[in-house]
Design a binder for this molecule. Structure first.
Ligand code: PLP
Length: 411
């Protein structure tokens, strides 16, 4: 008899976005004329750069003349080369830093699925380390793929056998490596949900830890294009030697409003070895078994982003999202929802009035101001006491939200 994979019962069951949707629906029912401002989700609200849409259209036209069939599971060479040359080569300012070559880049549909599926490369005894708060995909996929288990009822952390590196106000939301040994570390910089970014020194500390412990880092750089401070690393490969310990996942979702178009990549350096096996070979095998490659027009659209014109348009787009983040950050300073740090990505992480839980602050913002946010506790126990405002929201929504907060009501 077929049986269900028992790992499904190990999911800690985050009801975060479901609960938010239910609360929003209930509020709308009670206040049918209220215009709800959505500053909850990190989804694109600006159109993708024109070059990308032109690239998409011309690739579709090309298909009418010349049907293109299955492509390589790791992506077409034109896109892999462009990612290598236009994204990574310019970041190699230090001669001993690493810049991946085209054949170390694997194109995919998203950084979400890559960061989740990479878990398949590691044994069930792998000791996992994540930050707390965290993008929930890293822990939920680790549970689904048998690495970690749901914590007993009443525990403060959602999962057992995970080392949580706590991102708190004390460490400016940039935790350093733990004292105990771990094997697989998920890092994200700039960080969802807090908007913090790891400095060169902090990132080097993680790379040094991985080298010392034979650990591997999955580095999620989905928000790297938003980094404005020239001293902050945009890639883990800016740290010399990191190609021996790190996989990097990048994405066009946020910096090019590609959340609905879908195109991302993972870098698996050939230097990366585990038990003497090449991770690059393992991931090629995994991709060949499970994937037939990303759609050709989408790869052409992404490639158009990496022309000089495309890079300019993508930069302008990221700048517009960051301007919204700065408006939100400066405006929220005048409210009881005080920004906890200056954001390096379009998320503003705010402390909430004392005596309230994150969910109570969420309810207050929804019921009194018709503003949807995301409660910090939904990202992990250290998120309690905070609320996340997303600056991916429409510019008018951000301005109206600040006006409502200043006025003290939504009507
Ligand atoms: N990584 C992080 C840290 C994210 O916050 C998100 C989306 O919110 C993703 C990855 C998803 O990226 P993609 O759209 O490429 O799957």
């Amino acid at each position: 008899m077929a049986k269900v994979n028992p790992n499904f019962f190990q999911l800690a069951g985050s009801y975060l976005f479901k609960t938010i949707a239910e609360k929003k629906a209930r509020f709308s029912e009670l206040n049918p004329s209220a215009h709800i401002l959505n500053l909850g989700i990190g989804d694109a609200t600006l159109p993708p750069p024109k070059v990308a849409l032109d690239g998409l259209k011309s690739a579709c036209d090309e298909l009418t003349q010349n049907p293109i069939g299955y492509g390589p599971s790791s992506g077409h060479t034109f896109l892999r080369s462009a990612i290598s040359e236009k994204i990574y080569a310019p970041l190699k300012t230090d001669a001993s830093a690493f810049a991946p070559s085209e054949d170390e880049i694997f194109v995919s549909e998203g950084a979400k699925s890559d960061t989740a599926l990479l878990s398949h490369l590691f044994s069930d005894t792998t000791r996992i380390c994540v930050t707390d708060p965290v993008y929930p995909v890293y822990v939920d996929s680790s549970a689904l793929f048998g690495k970690i288990q749901k914590a007993p009822e009443g525990s403060s952390d959602p999962y057992t056998n995970v080392t949580y590196a706590r991102a708190t106000a004390e460490n400016n939301f940039c935790p350093l490596p733990p004292n105990e040994p771990c094997d697989l570390i998920y890092l994200c910089s700039p960080h969802n949900p807090t908007g913090s970014a790891l400095s060169y020194e902090a990132l080097k500390a993680w790379v040094d830890y991985a080298k010392a412990h034979g650990a591997l880092i999955i580095y999620d750089a989905a928000y790297s294009a938003f980094i404005e401070d020239p001293k902050t690393p945009k890639s883990i490969y800016e740290i010399p030697g990191s190609e021996h310990v790190a996989i990097e996942c990048g994405s066009f979702s946020k910096c090019a409003s590609f959340t609905g178009i879908r195109c991302a990549w993972s870098v698996i350096p050939k230097a990366l070895k585990l038990d003497n096996a090449s991770i690059h070979t393992l991931w090629s095998q995994f991709k060949n078994v499970t994937y037939n490659g990303l759609s050709y027009p989408v790869q052409r659209a992404a490639c158009a982003l990496l022309t000089d014109e495309g890079l300019e348009q993508m930069k302008a787009l990221s700048k517009r999202y960051m301007q919204r983040a700065h408006t939100l950050y400066n405006g929220l300073k005048q409210t009881p929802y005080t920004p906890a740090l200056k954001p390096a990505a379009p998320y503003v992480w705010c402390s909430i009035p004392s005596g309230m839980t994150s969910w109570q602050a969420f309810d207050e913002l929804l019921n009194s101001y018709a503003i949807v946010t995301t409660p910090g506790s939904g990202f992990g126990p250290s998120g309690e006491g905070y609320i996340r405002f997303s600056a991916f929201a429409k510019g008018e929504a951000i301005e109206s939200a600040l006006e409502r907060l200043a006025k003290g009501a939504f009507v």
